[in-house]
Design a protein around this ligand. Structure first.
Ligand SMILES: Nc1ncnc2c1ncn2[C@@H]1O[C@H](COP(=O)(O)OP(=O)(O)OP(=O)(O)O)[C@@H](O)[C@H]1O
Length: 313
């Protein structure tokens, strides 16, 4: 039986979504960059905000940080309405932000830029983060590579130890090793109770690192789901290598979609129960079978067709 206290706690947890969008809308002339978007980001999750270039991700982030004003609708960040400038400014002391293009004064050295942010918000985690991400500190930022600017931005976003961190395409332009380090770091932060909201147009990173995903297309939210559920609905990717050439008609069942046959190899997405698939396959003389999870890009074709997100900058 649930106690009254548990009920109260559950309710207050629910009330304290870290970010809450409520019909958030932003128009630039004829362009509706955000069109009535509503969703919550809960405390302690990594939320991926996914969409191709121009879909409206940066617009949402800039609205959440009070850098631009909504045309209609609103949002709350750490319980404060984004239209309340003073309250939002106070809340932002507990928010980290990595913009898509860094707003650093480029003539400063990395160290001077961090000193500047430290005076505004604190820097209790600076040393630990510098150890991990290692941007150069003593040359001017204008001489930095893109990757090093990103590293400096990440240190800046996390060094005051905020509860919520908003990252706009954090890994764009980073080499794979640095991306891996970043992903691991985000997971550790999440496990320590931090909330991470990050935008991306890279499916594989969202699949790897996020708990939930919101998908935005032309300003509209077209999906909001747990990554696991999204993948489950996508069926299984199967590749079967048979001992003899395949009679496609005989081999194919209703549960198989996107079937491709090349000589003795069949590839398909299986949407039925695993046991039924195995029963079907044992009727054939098999040389090899691979069964795996689909990549999100397969699932995303439903939302975007063949263009948009798949692999592209
Ligand atoms: N200041 C502005 N004035 C006019 N139109 C704008 C402005 N900012 C954004 N837009 C338009 O709003 C739409 C959404 O842009 P936004 O930058 O939010 O997309 P995005 O998903 O972040 O894309 P990207 O990954 O390329 O940054 C685009 O059509 C863009 O051209």
């Amino acid at each position: 039986m649930r106690t009254q206290i548990e009920d109260v706690e559950t309710e207050s947890d629910h009330d304290e979504a870290t970010i809450r969008l409520d019909s958030l809308t932003k128009r630039y002339g004829d362009v509706t960059a955000n069109d009535g978007i509503s969703f919550d980001v809960e405390a302690g999750e990594i939320f991926g905000y996914l969409g191709p270039n121009g879909a409206g991700k940066t617009t949402t982030i800039r609205l959440l940080l009070g850098l631009i004003k909504p045309t209609s609708g609103t949002a709350e960040v750490l319980g404060e309405d984004i239209r309340d400038r003073r309250a939002l400014t106070e809340a932002k002391a507990n928010v980290g932000y990595l913009p898509d293009t860094l707003g650093f004064e480029e003539r400063l050295t990395g160290r001077q830029a961090l000193d500047y942010f430290a005076r505004m918000r604190g820097d209790e985690r600076r040393d630990e983060l510098l150890e991990l991400f290692r941007p150069p500190l003593d040359k001017s930022i204008e001489t930095y590579s893109h990757g090093n600017k990103r590293m400096l931005g990440i240190v800046q976003a996390f060094m005051h130890d905020p509860d919520l961190v908003i990252l706009d395409e954090p890994t764009s332009g980073l080499d794979p090793l640095k991306q891996d380090r970043m992903h691991l770091f985000l997971e550790e932060e999440r496990d320590a109770g931090k909330t991470i909201f990050f935008s991306s147009h890279v499916l594989s990173e969202v699949q790897r690192v996020c708990d939930r995903v919101g998908i935005i297309r032309e300003g509209e939210l077209v999906a909001l789901e747990d990554i696991d559920d999204l993948l489950k609905r996508g069926g299984k990717q199967v590749r079967v290598h048979l001992a003899e050439p395949v009679d496609e008609q005989r081999f194919t069942t209703e549960e198989m979609i996107d079937v491709e046959v090349v000589d003795r190899t069949v590839r398909f997405t299986y949407t039925g129960e695993p046991a039924a698939l195995l029963e079907h396959l044992v009727q054939y003389e098999l040389e090899d079978v691979e069964i795996g999870d689909p990549q999100l890009d397969e699932i995303f074709k439903h939302y975007y067709g063949d263009d948009g997100l798949v692999g592209g900058e």
